[in-house]
Design a protein around this ligand. Structure first.
Ligand code: HEM
Ligand SMILES: *[C@@H]1O[C@H](CO)[C@@H](O)[C@H](O)[C@H]1NC(C)=O
Ligand SMILES: *[C@@H]1O[C@H](CO)[C@@H](O)[C@H](O)[C@H]1NC(C)=O
Length: 591
């Protein structure tokens, strides 16, 4: 039953790996606007490639050949712009000459308004036709971004301007290369951030709570200090790759405003980014950030910057005058590429307005409500249900004495099963409270969970309405009761396997799968031992019965011997079961 979970995990991992590998497929529409690859590197100055046009005049409806050529390159993006407004929307559309090497993109809702590579094959030339639209501006210029390799690219290399014949002469200084957004000045920090003022002057998020980055290497620290209309952000933590925080409207990753400090060679680059879905962040330009500074130290990094509380006109940056959940994540980075965080990000327990009342808050990888959910489900579906089932199946003769008016085995069974059902009901609502709704991104786990809940509620209701012992319908009840109970346990085990991998409560390491398999084996083993034992006992009694010697006496002797054995098995089983449970509960509490 671990297989689906692990396959899904492997698939996700593959997906994540392919996401960080840049965009060899050339589907780079998020770069449509500024034409900057989202690779987290400053573009190179002084282009070495040429963007040539076949003609310098055009009429609406004309097809103009555009060529990008130069030293070997892997990727490219070509757009046409109004030469008098180079940062405006793309103009017209393209027709491919070589559809093996190039593909049309839809930029700004206009199909075919840009062309990019189809693969990372090296090439020295690309040619495409541009179709002049009826509404073409007087002067048009082509811009090309050329990617030599992942870390090395030139942005918005301009072509000569092409003009409509009757247009007034082209005057704006657009013929000089469009300024490529160079990386802004960044300075070095000289000392570690201080926690003084946390909760009084500045808003801090710290994990472990109230830790001090100057004293504890493992301290993840984020602070926001308001100063008029701007906010200074300081972030530090243990990471050799990258360190990041994100502002989110909800507790899911996705549609968030993020800021990353990425370790590259001997420097740190500080980048704003936005997250769409749970995929690789798309790095944005530096427009919004000022006063960037950083410092690297053994195994840790620190960076700070300032940004305006509101940034009208800058895309993807959230206003800092509202409340958000704050995520903190660290992960690996290589050559400036970032890889998915190795651990679940930390999330604040509530939404906070970082420019409102200064506070000093903590954050957690595993929210308490989800922890309680996992723990209660583990108690009921690993332990109480298993013991309850074994008692009912094998201990009727052993625990047959009346106890508070009913057979002891029945009292034990009923109590354990009622505990199971009640804990399930309580645990069931906790993720709903936490998410405020259905966990839409939790895979099959919630669906299996709902099946378990339905069975766990029906089971005691049906049992309360069971026909009397010697009623002919009693047989039917016995089968239904057994069938539904078994189904519930199987589905519950599947739900537990999947639950342990969910991001909200991901237990670390592959050991958990083996331990869960160990639990299943332990339980099945105990049932087999008891089953075989019961079978042999019944055989023994049958044989004795045939020879008709002292039937009653031997029977009770065999039974008594059997009771001792069964009790021993139960004791050993319960010890083992509780050990498995404790392993999981302590892992959940340590998250
Ligand atoms: C048989 C036992 C279990 C049942 C019946 C069950 C049931 C459910 C249900 C119905 C949900 C969805 C609630 C919603 O949509 O908001 C849920 C969510 C969740 N469960 Fe379980 N669960 C079980 C065991 C576990 C275990 C053992 C763990 C982890 C150790 C776990 C971890 C989670 C987590 C983390 C979520 C929240 C997903 C998210 O929103 O991120 N569950 N469970
Ligand atoms: C931030 O605000 C100041 C003054 O309100 C303004 O001069 C500056 O250009 C703004 N910065 C950005 C990046 O918008
Ligand atoms: C935040 O500031 C912007 C610009 O001043 C304003 O339009 C918006 O209503 C503010 N939001 C809140 C929640 O105060």
């Amino acid at each position: 039953m671990a297989a689906p979970g692990r396959t899904a995990g492997a698939l996700l991992l593959l997906l994540r790996l392919s996401l960080v590998a840049g965009y060899p497929s050339g589907r780079v529409t998020e770069s449509c606007g500024d034409m900057v690859p989202r690779h987290g590197h400053a573009p190179r100055p002084d282009p070495v490639h040429r963007v040539a046009v076949a003609r310098t005049t055009f009429m609406p409806g004309d097809q103009i050949e555009v060529t990008v050529s130069g030293p070997e390159f892997k990727g490219f993006l070509i757009e046409a712009r109004d030469a008098e407004d180079l940062s405006g929307a793309p103009v017209g559309s393209f027709t491919l000459i070589d559809s093996q090497e190039s593909q049309l993109l839809t930029c700004g809702d206009k199909q075919g308004s840009a062309v990019s590579h189809t693969s990372a094959h090296k090439k020295t030339e690309v040619r495409v036709y541009w179709d002049a639209p009826g509404s073409a501006p007087n002067h048009v210029q082509f811009l090309a971004t050329v990617l030599e390799k992942y870390k090395s690219y030139w942005v918005r290399i301009p072509s000569p301007v092409i003009s409509q014949p009757k247009a007034p002469p082209f005057s704006t200084p657009g013929t000089t290369p469009a300024p490529s957004p160079a990386s802004p000045a960044v300075s070095r920090l000289t000392k570690t951030f201080s926690t003084s003022g946390c909760g009084s002057r500045k808003f801090c998020v710290r994990s472990p709570s109230a830790c001090d980055p100057a004293k504890e290497a493992a301290c993840l620290f984020l602070s926001f200090t308001r100063d008029g209309q701007s906010v200074t952000v300081e972030m530090s933590g243990p990471s050799k790759g990258y360190l990041s925080f994100a502002l989110s409207h909800d507790r899911w990753m996705g549609d968030d405003d993020a800021y990353l400090c990425i370790h590259e060679d001997q420097t740190l680059s500080i980048r704003p980014a936005h997250l769409t879905g749970r995929s690789h962040p798309a790095l944005d330009s530096w427009d919004a950030l000022e006063d960037m500074a950083w410092r690297l130290e053994d195994g840790g990094m620190q960076c700070s910057f300032r940004r305006n509380i509101t940034l009208p006109g800058i895309e993807n940056r959230f206003d800092l005058n509202t409340s958000y959940y704050i995520f903190l994540a660290t992960g690996a980075a290589k050559d400036g590429r970032i890889y998915r965080h190795s651990q679940q990000p930390l999330i604040t327990y509530e939404k906070h307005d970082v420019t409102g009342d200064p506070q000093d808050v903590g954050a957690s990888r595993a929210p308490p409500l989800l922890r309680a959910h996992g723990a209660l489900m583990l108690v009921s579906w690993m332990t109480t249900v298993s013991v309850g089932v074994i008692v009912a199946r094998f201990f009727k003769p052993v625990l047959s004495r009346p106890f508070f008016g009913e057979a002891a085995w029945f009292q034990v069974h009923r109590a354990l099963m009622l505990i199971t059902s009640s804990l399930t009901c309580i645990a069931f609502v906790l993720p709903f409270i936490y998410r405020g709704g259905w966990s839409s991104r939790a895979g099959y786990h919630p669906y299996l969970g709902c099946m378990v809940l339905v069975l766990a509620v029906l089971q005691p209701l049906l049992a309360a309405m069971r026909p009397p012992l010697h009623d002919p319908r009693r047989h039917l009840f016995n089968w239904t009761h057994w069938g539904m109970g078994t189904a519930a346990r199987i589905v519950a085990v599947a739900a537990m396997f999947l639950g342990m991998d969910l991001p909200g409560l991901a237990l670390p390491g592959p050991w958990k799968t083996y331990v869960m398999l160990g639990f299943v084996a332990w339980h099945v083993g105990a049932e087999i031992v008891l089953e075989v034992h019961a079978y042999r006992l019944s055989r023994k009694v049958e044989i004795l019965d045939d020879t008709r010697i002292q039937i009653m006496q031997t029977f009770t002797m065999a039974e008594a011997e059997g009771h001792g054995f069964k009790k021993a098995v139960l004791a050993v089983y319960v010890c083992g079961n509780v050990t498995f449970l404790v392993i999981f509960l302590s892992a959940v509490s340590r998250l």
